[in-house]
Design a protein. Structure first.
Length: 237
C-alpha cells in the first residue's frame, strides 16, 4: 500500500497508555501505513501490554499496512532467550528487568523461565520484526546507517546501534533516513539526510508519530492522553 499516508512512530519502551492514546488519535484510514521503528520493550511499566496492543491493532486493522521494525532492545531480548540476536548478556543492564516483570516473572529468573512466561504470539512477533522499510523517498530503520557505505553492505550492528557516526555526518543514500534509538528533547531534523523521532517518552518526554508525506508531528507526552500536533521544523541543510 503506497497511496495513503505513512505514520512513523518512535521508541515506545513499555509505555502502553501513551501508545494507545497516540495511535487512537492519528485517524488511521484504509490504505495508510503505520511503521514502528523499534524498541517496544524495556524501561517502561508494561512491555507485555505494548505487544498485546500492537498485535490487536494489526489483527483489527487489516486495511492498514502495519510495519514493525526491530530495535536493539528486542535484539538483546531475543539473544537473552537463546534465540537469534546479539548482546543478550547486556539486556538486564538495559531495562530488561522491567520487561520481565511485566510478564509476571521475577527479574532474576532464568531465560527459560522468562521464555515460558511469554505467549507464543509475542515470541513470534519479536522474531518476525523487520530490518528496514522503504516508502517513497524515505528509509526507516531503528538507529541509523553507516555513512559512506552502500545500502547492500550496511551491517545489522549499525542499523540497530549506531549513534554519533550517523548523527553527526551526512550520508549519500538517496532517501531521508527516519530513525529512533537516540532520544532527543525535540525531533531531530537534518534534511535531506535524516529525521530522528525518538523524543524520550520513557524519560519524561513524548511519543512521536511523523505523518508523511505532509510532515506533521503527532505527540503524546508521558502521563498524558492528549495528542499535540505541529508541523515538522525545517531543520538544517
Amino acid at each position: 500500500m503506497t497511496a495513503g499516508r505513512l505514520f512513523a512512530i518512535g521508541d515506545i519502551h513499555g509505555c502502553v497508555t501513551e501508545l494507545a492514546a497516540l495511535v487512537g488519535g492519528l485517524g488511521v484510514a484504509a490504505g495508510d501505513t503505520v511503521c514502528f521503528v523499534g524498541d517496544y520493550l524495556d524501561r517502561g511499566p508494561d512491555s507485555k501490554g505494548v505487544i498485546d496492543f500492537l498485535l490487536n491493532a494489526r489483527a483489527t486493522g487489516s486495511d492498514v499496512e502495519w510495519v514493525f521494525l526491530k530495535g536493539n532492545h528486542e535484539d538483546m531480548c531475543m539473544a537473552f532467550l537463546g534465540r537469534p540476536g546479539h548482546w543478550g548478556e547486556s539486556w538486564m543492564m538495559n531495562g530488561g528487568t522491567a520487561a520481565i516483570r511485566s510478564y509476571g516473572v521475577a527479574a532474576n529468573a532464568e531465560p527459560a523461565v522468562v521464555e515460558g512466561a511469554m505467549p507464543e504470539a509475542h515470541l513470534a512477533f519479536l522474531e518476525g520484526l523487520g530490518r528496514s522499510h522503504r516508502w517513497q523517498d524515505y528509509l526507516f530503520v531503528h538507529a541509523g546507517i553507516r555513512p559512506g557505505v552502500p545500502w547492500e553492505r550496511q551491517d545489522d550492528e549499525d542499523i540497530l546501534w549506531i549513534r554519533e557516526d550517523f548523527l553527526l555526518h551526512p550520508h549519500n543514500l538517496p532517501e531521508t533516513v527516519v530513525f529512533g534509538h537516540t532520544p532527543h528533547r525535540n525531533v531531530l531534523v537534518h534534511l535531506p539526510y535524516k529525521i530522528g523521532i525518538d523524543t524520550g517518552l520513557v524519560y519524561g518526554g513524548a511519543l512521536t508519530a511523523l505523518e508523511l508525506p505532509n510532515r506533521t508531528l503527532h505527540q503524546v507526552r508521558l502521563g498524558e492522553r492528549r495528542v499535540r500536533r505541529s508541523d515538522l521544523p525545517a531543520g538544517r541543510r
